[in-house]
Design a protein around this ligand. Structure first.
Ligand code: PEP
Ligand code: MN
Length: 345
């Protein structure tokens, strides 16, 4: 892959293309983010790297050469003022769906006080039943932005279709691609051209290679800020909503430079199991967690059965800090830690 300097005049890509064509070289132009042009061509990267228009040259092996561990050291992906992938796990928590101003703001305040790093909540909801609550849409995005204004927590929320990417990117700090859309290739390309980090959830039926190839779709459009999220896969086991594949986390850490998160809520479907799986996820090497928390789980419009109470989440945060310290990866520092330290804690 040949990456051209973004500042080049508009005719640089066609000129380079003409040079490749006249040399009899097959190539493909990739429509990347605004101002960025990539060319894909066979051939020895050394032959292109000397060209003045070329900023970077990558030799791509297989379906996920760019996100492969071979390409570079661990990536750090921003989440508001935090960074994931630097060895200090970040905890993203919140309700499955944004339901009302009081619900999301109340949740956000409790989560911030407990030391969460970011707020999650769906405004666009992918529901199995067309009769189930579908989310508040744009209004939900506004409510998330309001909760961020009150608490300072950055916001992670799902985008379900390419036409919604601009609106969601305007309000969110990280764009979530849900399990059902992991192979929605036009959506992957659309978030690849966006200027916001992406949280890509593993398809519930996806192999690890398919998961990495999906991330490559995003990376190839210019967006390098990608976090992977293991959220459980479908197996023969009916007692859990999904089977949380922590083996995949250990393997992904070796296969890719992208940070890897774990979602123990969708990974089990059972609130009582979430703390156990969350602790295990930090121990196995997760760079972050996505945890569903609702002020009143029994009244939640979606996923109440797997949602923790804010008080349960606060207890869990203490455990996660202990596990993180035990494995040499304490949680990312927050304002709550600073306040406790200055109080002599
Ligand atoms: C969610 O995070 O609420 C969600 C719908 O997740 P998934 O796509 O993993 O089911
Ligand atoms: Mn959910």
């Amino acid at each position: 892959m040949i990456v051209l300097f973004p500042s080049l005049a508009d005719d640089a890509a066609p000129r380079l293309a003409e040079r490749l064509r006249s040399g009899g070289q097959a190539f493909e132009t990739i429509e990347a983010r605004q101002g960025e042009v990539y060319l894909l061509s066979d051939g020895n990267p050394g032959q292109f790297s000397a060209w003045a228009e070329v900023a970077e040259c990558h030799e791509i092996e297989g379906a996920y050469g760019l996100v492969s561990r071979k390409e570079r050291e661990t990536s750090q992906v921003p989440l508001g003022t935090f960074s994931s992938g630097n060895g200090r796990p970040v905890i993203v928590a919140g309700p499955c769906s944004v339901e009302s101003a009081s619900q999301i703001e109340g949740a956000a305040r409790d989560l911030a006080a407990a030391g969460a790093h970011a707020l999650r909540g769906g405004a666009f909801k992918p529901r199995t039943s067309p009769y189930a609550f579908q989310g508040l849409g744009e209004e939900g995005l506004q409510l998330l932005a309001g909760a961020r204004a009150v608490t300072g927590l950055p916001v992670v929320t799902e985008v379900m279709s390419p036409e919604d990417v601009p609106a969601v990117a305007e309000h969110a700090d990280m764009l979530q691609i849900g399990t059902r859309n992991m192979q929605n290739f036009r959506l992957l390309e659309a978030v690849g051209r966006a200027h916001k980090p992406v949280l890509l959830k593993r398809g519930m039926m996806a192999t690890i290679d398919e998961f990495l190839a999906a991330a490559e779709y995003i990376y190839l459009r210019g967006n390098r800020d990608i976090v992977l999220c293991e959220r459980g896969i479908r197996t023969f086991e009916p007692r859990l909503r999904n089977t949380l594949d922590l083996g995949a986390v250990a393997l992904l850490k070796r296969l890719t430079h992208l940070p890897v998160f774990v979602d123990p809520s969708h990974g089990s479907g059972i609130a009582e199991l979430v703390p156990d799986l969350a602790r295990a996820a930090i121990a196995v090497g997760a760079d972050g967690l996505l945890i569903e928390v609702h002020p009143k789980p029994t009244e939640a419009l979606s996923d109440g059965r797997q949602s923790l109470l804010p008080s349960e989440f606060a207890d869990l945060m203490r455990d996660l800090q202990a596990v993180g310290r035990a494995v040499g990866r304490p949680l990312a520092a927050t304002a709550v830690d600073a306040a406790e330290a200055s109080a002599g804690g």
